[in-house]
Design a protein around this ligand. Structure first.
Ligand code: AR6
Length: 180
């Protein structure tokens, strides 16, 4: 079942799904620094959006871990794709948690700059980059909470699209701690 709460006039929604099927003003991509596409959600977003996405990404050329850049959304049901780069998990020794926080924070700032009202995120870094879900979930959700607290009434909805039930359960557990 979906999980929905209201915080500072923004709805925060957790649901299982394929992010390429979402209708939102902005869809966040878990990209890599080269911005040339890849596997996982990145590959799915590029396939669904079509070639204009890669063209725009090529022009931008690079995104540091923790930063985020914006392109159009091609054939997706969105106005923007926000490409962010999460940390590669290296056992927790390389500031990974901070970089993951920065990735969410940068993405939300880019969304706000573009006046997006609804934003859909995947669970950044929890696939190929190997960040454990039990730590990624509270890190991601508590960062979203900090942003919403600092910027109330700006976003209408933040949706986190989890690819399977197991990841959804991890995020639901963290929801209780981050949004008590
Ligand atoms: N919709 C929602 N979530 C998805 C989808 C989808 N269509 N497909 C996968 N996921 P990953 P990362 C989930 O590996 O860990 C790429 O090659 C997946 O189950 O996509 O940040 C990039 O180019 C997982 O929970 O991203 C980078 O090189 C989450 O999305 C690298 O992978 C993130 O998994 C980035 O790795």
């Amino acid at each position: 079942m979906d999980s929905i709460i209201d915080f500072c006039n923004t709805r925060v929604v957790l649901k299982v799904g394929d992010i390429t099927k979402e209708k939102a003003d902005a869809i966040v991509n878990a990209a890599n620094s080269r911005l040339l596409g890849g596997g996982g959600v990145d590959g799915a977003i590029h396939r669904a959006a079509g070639p204009s996405l890669l063209e725009e990404c090529r022009k931008i050329g690079w995104c540091d871990p923790g930063d985020a850049v914006v392109t159009g959304a091609g054939n997706l049901s969105a106005r923007y794709v926000i490409h962010t780069v999460g940390p590669v998990w290296r056992g927790g020794t390389k500031n990974e948690q901070k970089v993951l926080e920065n990735a969410y924070m940068s993405s939300l700032k880019r969304a706000m700059e573009k006046k997006a009202k609804t934003v859909a995120f995947p669970a950044i870094s929890t696939g190929a980059y190997g960040f454990p879900v039990e730590l990624a979930a509270p890190t991601s959700l508590c960062t979203i909470r900090s942003f919403l607290k600092a910027h109330p009434n700006v976003l209408k909805e933040v949706r986190i699209i989890l690819f399977n039930q197991k990841i959804l359960e991890g995020f639901k557990k963290a929801m209780k701690d981050c949004f008590p």
